[in-house]
Design a binder for this molecule. Structure first.
Ligand code: NAD
Ligand code: WQD
Length: 348
């Protein structure tokens, strides 16, 4: 039996595939490299000494995706494949709805056809909109303020509906807070296209000399130092949360929803300080206006995941910063330069 991982070449997907392989699972990855690089697959093999099947398939293409279901004995799916940039989703809403909703519908229809019962969905803390208080519990009101968030909310609603209709399905909705960090090997990590939108990849690009200085968006929030507070979680902890979610689904639990965060809030200035200590350099920054759409504070209650999954984030902010820095300093151009020498073959 295999676990199908859509978007398994991406940032969170690649780290999760490593954890799956280390658990002895058979893994089938599907990715179209729209936001990732084939070299990641070689790096996963290098780290784990294990192999997996790979299909270069666009999950919006149902016919091509069906081949994956036909050729493999899939019992669980972890569905990462999506577009994820909030700002881009405002500029290209149709692309976001087509990719994120369209591909999920294909997968859910094929799950039904091939009788696959277990499904893990990558949701996001963005579904809480601007929460009335922190920590955020899973039963807080849900809302979307941009097309990206709307796709996550719509898919969550779809999953709730199909579970009502079919009590043999087991679905875990995982709401990630702010993943940062990288595998301890320094071989895989986050590689955003162009100028990063998110804080950690921006900081690492400044530290490695690719960008001049960081703009801190807003210094007048109602937080301990005026800058925005978030729940940063190490991507390896997040990846391990998926292993625990699969174990939970195997108990025939129906639909479950969990926050995956640490439960701690750090401000932008806290993160800059922790990162400076990790890399031994000052990070030049200036405080500028707030970024439209940002909220002051967002951190998780993790008690449900602790209790029901037996999962708890183990890495602290220091390790998150050290591991982000190891990845970025070993790969100042991401996978791009390595790609030319290293990539040998990509199985299709
Ligand atoms: P990522 O862009 O690194 O990974 C997504 C992967 O999916 C990429 O490899 C991309 O090539 C692939 N993909 C996208 N559309 C595809 C398609 N139609 N067919 C095949 N492959 C396709 O993103 P990530 O940070 O690893 O995020 C993974 C998931 O987690 C996404 O669903 C994202 O919305 C969600 N999420 C991410 C964050 C975050 O901050 N990174 C936070 C909350 C939720
Ligand atoms: C973190 C903090 C910024 C960049 C986004 C998505 C969310 C989820 C995770 C997918 C905020 C500040 C940032 C910069 C800054 N993704 N900042 N200067 O906005 O919490 O969440 O990514 O689901 O849906 O909205 O993350 O990393 O962009 O910002 O000062 O150059 O850093 O204002 O306070 P965010 P982020």
């Amino acid at each position: 039996m295999s676990v199908l991982v859509t978007g398994g070449a991406g940032y969170i997907g690649s780290h999760t595939v490593i954890e799956l392989l280390e658990e002895g699972k058979e893994v089938v990855i599907v990715d179209n490299f729209s936001n990732s690089n084939p070299i990641v697959l070689d790096r996963i093999r290098e780290i784990t000494n294990e192999d997996f099947k790979f299909y270069k398939v666009d999950t919006t293409n149902s016919d091509e995706l069906e081949v994956v279901f036909k050729e493999n004995n899939i019992d669980s799916i972890i569905h990462f494949a999506a577009y994820k940039a909030v700002g881009e989703s405002v500029a290209k809403p149709l692309e976001y709805y087509t990719n994120n909703i369209g591909n999920t519908l294909n997968i859910l229809n094929l799950m039904r056809k091939y009788n696959v019962k277990n499904f893990v969905f990558s949701s996001s803390a963005t579904v809480y909109g601007d929460p009335h208080s922190c920590p955020i519990f899973e039963n807080f009101p849900l809302s979307a303020t941009n097309p990206y968030g709307a796709t996550k909310l719509m898919i969550e609603d779809m999953l709730r509906d199909i579970c009502k209709d079919n009590d043999s399905l087991n679905i875990a909705i995982l709401r990630y807070f702010n993943p940062i960090g990288a595998h301890i090997s320094g071989l895989i990590g986050e590689e955003p296209n162009g100028i990063p939108n998110n804080l950690m990849p921006y900081i690492t690009k400044v530290a490695v000399g690719k960008l001049k200085e960081l703009s801190v968006f807003g210094g007048d929030y109602n937080t301990h130092d005026g800058t925005g507070v978030r729940d940063y979680i190490h991507v390896v902890d997040l990846a391990r949360g998926h292993i625990k979610a699969l174990e939970k689904l195997n108990t025939n639990c129906g639909l479950v929803t969990y926050n995956l965060g640490t439960g701690n809030g750090y401000s932008v200035l806290d993160l800059i300080k922790a990162f400076s200590e990790a890399c031994g350099k000052e990070i030049p920054y200036k405080i500028v206006d707030r970024r439209p759409g940002d909220i002051a504070m967002c951190y998780a209650s993790t008690s449900n995941a602790n209790k029901e999954l037996g999962w708890k984030a183990e890495f602290g902010i220091k390790e998150m910063c050290e591991d982000s820095w190891r990845w970025q300093s070993n790969n100042p151009d991401g996978y791009t330069t390595a790609y030319i020498d290293e990539v040998t073959s990509v199985a299709e």
